[in-house]
Design a protein around this ligand. Sequence first.
Ligand SMILES: [Zn+2]
Length: 298
Amino acid sequence: MKRRSRRKRHNFVVPIIVLIFCCIFTAMVAYGWSARKKNVKVADASKDTTETTVEVNNSETSSEGEISAVSESETSQSAEETTAAPESNPGPDEKVVYFTFDDGPWTGTPRLLDILDQYNIKACFFVTAQYMDTEPLINMLKQIKDRGHNVAVHSLTHNYKKIYASVDAFMADYDAMDDLIFKATGEHSKMLRFPGGSNASYNKAIRPQLLQAVRDRGIVYFDWNSFDGDVEGKKGQELIDQTIKQVNENTHSILLMHDMPSTAFVHDALPTIIERLKADGYKFELLNENTPPRQFAK
Ligand SMILES: [Zn+2]
């Protein structure tokens, strides 16, 4: 019995040892295989990386070409946008009015700014240095800009004889006003309204050279296609009626008004003008250098 049971036990021990060896062997083989596989994977991966690097290099090379092509097309696109149809421009059937105020600023300008603020309307101010000393003028120009309006050159002196004496005289006057604008806003103006308009009789002798000189400087000049009649003696109801009538003659209306001591009555008429134009379906947009300009003389 004793021997039998020992043999019996022995019979158990051998298969167990074999089984353990099998397990260890299997585990080792499995580990070795997976380790080899890992190595292969790593090798593959490094191969991939090399290929990828090559691809990246290739694509970098090609994308460089593309980048220059893209930037070229972007350049031509933005050039197109500048001359053709910038985003901010309204559609052809959209009723839009651009408020423009010439000849200011003066001490009464803040009242005009308050009225515009009340209706959330932004305007373009074609400014002069006629009515304020340098320091308060710079502060006022800054205030106009800070309240969201555009500040552009009209003329430093607004003296027709002086500014239209020669192209150089005009540009010197322009630069002097633009310097003040730069001091106030940190930006140079690229917009101009000629005193008397681009076809003013005063500039007849030098007109072609003058317009060319302005264009060569990259300055856009704006005339107008509607006018409130303020400097022609229109006041009150008569001024309101002329404004509404003239704006309504254009889908896109560049409205000329003045902001100076002798036309302070424009401020009184403005709320009614705004309400009526709103009722007529007009939107109020800010004239900027990309707005298609109205130009009497080209
Ligand atoms: Zn003027």
